[in-house]
Write a new protein. Structure first.
Length: 281
């Protein structure tokens, strides 16, 4: 069987089982199993061997029945220019977070900021930043030991391990050093929204990485409050926020003496990232 036909069969099966990302999922699965890039899948139609077909069909069936995300089935996820290991202990890196990374890289081009990544998860943010900012170093903190284990593996795989110190600690207890850049993609889903998430997110991704409390901003408040104390003069706090949260987060920033510097929108024209500096009087 050829690749185009296999993708068509697999994507149709996923679609019938209410998988919204049916086409992308089928392509990613076949790409992983065949060793061909997704780009190559789109421009060529190659022969798939029987072993690969069997593996593909098994993965498609599991995805359709369990709703387990593709990244967890494959135990990996591409982010920025990296291939990252993932497990159910870490949040799957999102394209929206690549927007945060991209804009920070442009802002800090030819500079070497000392970076703190709060709630590092898979390590996707700080690893991507340090790959581009060759002279920078940083600290990555997370309250989960299992999560940090994955982040350490990813930093080794992507050549940044020697420039990152990993710390198993909550942000409220972290008091060491002062930073040029503090970056965080904290949990920002409200309790009411958690109930309505897709099954693949709700039943498989770690709740601790999603649950932002009653209004979705419990952890955000802690990050902003702590950043006020450990950010250098002229340093920057870069936050990823949820859809519709800008006004509330903006108020929290102002209460903590932050001044918004850059607002960045996502692909759906929602304000997704806020870059802020401290007001010094």
């Amino acid at each position: 069987m050829n690749s185009n036909e296999l993708i068509k069969i697999g994507s149709n099966f996923l679609k019938k089982n209410n998988i919204k990302s049916y086409m992308i999922d089928a392509e990613v699965l076949l790409s992983s199993i065949s060793g061909q890039s997704r780009e190559n899948l789109l421009i060529s139609d190659f022969k798939v061997n029987p072993i690969q077909i069997k593996s593909f069909n098994n993965m498609i069936s599991k995805r359709a029945k369990s709703k387990e995300p593709i990244a967890y089935l494959l135990k990996k996820k591409e982010f920025w220019t990296n291939k990252l290991n993932v497990s159910s202990d870490v949040l799957i890196p999102r394209p929206e977070t690549e927007i945060l990374v991209e804009n920070l890289i442009m802002y800090y081009k030819d500079k070497n900021p000392f970076i703190l990544d709060i709630g590092t998860g898979s390590g996707c943010i700080i690893i991507s930043l340090l790959q581009e900012l060759k002279k920078s170093k940083g600290i990555a903190i997370d309250i989960s030991k299992k999560t940090l284990k994955i982040a350490k593996i990813n930093s080794k795989l992507n050549g940044t391990f020697n420039r990152i110190k990993f710390v198993n600690l909550s942000i409220s207890k972290f008091n060491s050093f002062k930073f040029d850049l503090i970056v965080s993609n904290p949990p920002y889903i409200s309790r009411s929204e958690l109930k309505n998430l897709d099954e693949g997110i709700k039943f498989f991704e770690p709740k601790i990485a999603l649950d932002g409390g009653n209004d979705g901003l419990d952890v955000m408040r802690k990050v902003i409050y702590k950043s006020r104390k450990i950010l250098k003069i002229n340093g920057m706090l870069a936050l990823e926020i949820g859809t519709g949260q800008y006004k509330k987060v903006s108020q929290i920033l102002k209460l903590n003496k932050f001044r918004e510097k850059i607002l960045i929108k996502d692909y759906k024209d929602n304000i997704r990232c806020i870059f802020s500096t401290l007001n010094h009087y």
